[in-house]
Design a protein around this ligand. Sequence first.
Ligand code: GDP
Length: 324
Amino acid sequence: MTPGTVVALSGGIGGARLALGLYRVLPPGVLTVVCNPGDDFDHLGLRICPDADTVLYTLAGLANPEAGWGRAGETWTFMKVLAGLGGETWFQLGDGDLALHVERTRRLTGGEPLSRIAADIARRLGVCARVVPACDAAVRTVVRTPGGRMAFQHYFVRDRCEPVVTGFEFEGAEEARPCRAVLEALADDSLRCVVVCPSNPFISIDPILAVPGMMAAIRAAGAPVIGVSPIIGGAAVKGPTAKMMRELGLEVSNRAIERHYQKWIDAWIIDSTDAADAARFSRPVRIAPTLMRTKADKDALARAVLEFADELRARTGPAADNGA
Ligand code: GDP
């Protein structure tokens, strides 16, 4: 395979699945995963970064595969004691997970930037990839509903995505800037591709793109930008992506995902079961199995993304034909 660095934009579970495949098939040290800052929040006095932590635990081999969040083999003493004290228990924090939040909060309070703390913790967990937030500043997703604006974790975890969504805001985004590690990764001369993981477009990828300067840095990188659709067979694999699309008046389809990104993604990978959708795309499409249940599935999809990127780079000019 061609040497070169790779940048992946990721939310939580769908993003982490492909990030793990990329991590496994690439040489150590070449992957940077840019994580969604919009799910981050302060809870019980702690800074919690759910999507970045899902990626971190996944790459470190510590993730709980059933839940899609948190660590495998957790104990729950803290939550039990907290419940007994009448504390807030709607957001579950395992004892091992809690240690990460405590340590991150301690260092943030001491004035260190989030990206440096994240990179250091990844290194301590033996992860040979950069797992960094899109920005150091706080960018918080706010969900608009007919009943008013909701903090993201109240919508997502406390209310289990039940409220109807009418739109999203990314509070704090205007003052944010991409963190240095992200800009360095995008400016790397050997950048092979930018991968937009099969994450929720509205609440996982859009908050990353809402950071001023992020889109410009991606475009300036000059490497192919490849998206993997989170929709398979007209449904989401997990989570509220399809529900949100319906509530926003969108068709639940691969084509609607492409349209959402307004052509800034150069090429797409969609699932083999959706091969017929390729004709509806305005950009080159590669058909591949995109359901990532096993490590082998993740590796195979990661290889397909990288091979497609290499082909796109080898093609001359933007008028690439539809490669379905
Ligand atoms: P969240 O922050 O935990 O919601 O995680 P993401 O935004 O990264 O992932 C949610 C999206 O991942 C949903 O739209 C799912 O359809 C998609 N997803 C999850 N697993 C897979 C998979 O194996 N293949 C594909 N193509 N999409 C997936």
